[in-house]
Design a protein around this ligand. Sequence first.
Ligand code: EPU
Length: 422
Amino acid sequence: MDTYLIRGGTRLSGEVKISGAKNAALPIIVGSLLADGETVLDNVPDLKDIHTIIQVIRCLGAECDFDTAANRLTIKVNSIKNAEVPYELVKTMRASIYVMGPLLARIGQADVSLPGGCAIGERPVDIHLTGFEALGTTISLEHGYIKARAGRLNGMQFKMRGISVGATANIMMAAVLARGKTVLENCAREPDVVDLGNFLVKMGAKISGLGSDLIEIEGVKRLEPVSYSIIPDRIEAGTYLIAGAATKGEITVKSAIPEHIVACMDALKDMGFVVDSGADRVSVKTSHKLSGTLVKTLPYPGFPTDLQAPMMALSATIPGINVIVETIFENRFTHVAELRRMGADITVEGNVVIVKGVEKLSSAPIMMSDLRAGAALVIAGLIAEGETEIRRIYHCDRGYERLENKLSVLGADIRRVKGGGL
Ligand code: EPU
């Protein structure tokens, strides 16, 4: 397995271009199954998770050609040949469950391995399933597989019991071809959901209320394949801004949508960093008046849970007390133990984390346990004294396109060592 070697202490500076959003691209790629013909997607990031979802839709009968140099994915759907997604694929990536919506809409059948828990919590899928049931699907669980059966789906009114990005996207994909009107309450407002909705609308779906907590969908008989460009990744943008701030550097993220990063920009400003934004760029630079702050993760437009770990790495050397409250996932703190090994002063009480700023972190051999925890460790390595070796970096490969290249352009001393570590 590859490892990262990072020699800390360089202030990042310069500009970095943001890639397409992983969490928008995943449901949009699956959403292409809703129409026969050729869909062309641009700004698709070249990531492990994207290659996995391509494998998933291939196993259902789609032909895919991913031009990674151009970030263009061409998907041809003639017919859906298979309705089963095996455990081997779902266990690598939970987002495989996104196929349920399109499969139920197109062929009234989906057999998908039930995702297990993962490093950040139990992550049930009950909201997806009750939504499908409300549309007229019968669901059973057999030998670890969710078996869903339906005739043509029927529109309905459904209030989700909690705000879920995945369930909102999945139920929306099922409802676009249902008979009649579907009203979804308590919807996720994340830009990724809105991007999926805009893609579906371009295909001919009738959807209103995207970006609000109430989405209305008037079912149509068929959708047409389209060309579409994925939005920039707000979590990647936030991660670089946080990394720039942590190294007391001065960086600009470009090809970003500042409106999507407001919560992160506000948190950095609260700490005393100087943040500026233009039409498609955001810059951060340090100041002499840094101090701890309170960050609470919330559904969009609140502070994203996906930036909680990077924020904790930044907080480690900000003077004073930082309080971080995680309200989305129950166990998203696997980075804490590794950050402590590097000298961070962190106390966890339930879902509340107190970080007392220390003067410096020091290098140590550390290990990633999930994607965003991994980003936090890279940031810690960038500010630590000495050379940090990070193992299991395949977690970062899932969600950050060319991470070490982009950081190197900003001046970081980071190297990937092929086949090192466990
Ligand atoms: N939940 C349920 N039942 C459900 C669905 C969700 O109880 O049926 C709970 C979850 O356990 C969690 C909360 O609701 O406590 C929110 O989960 P959500 O469904 O919104 O998360 P998700 O769709 O599984 C997506 C992103 C995550 C991101 C979360 C929250 C994708 C592929 N994944 O997950 O991204 O953290 O939304 O914003 O879009 C990542 O990129 O590293 C990542 C984990």
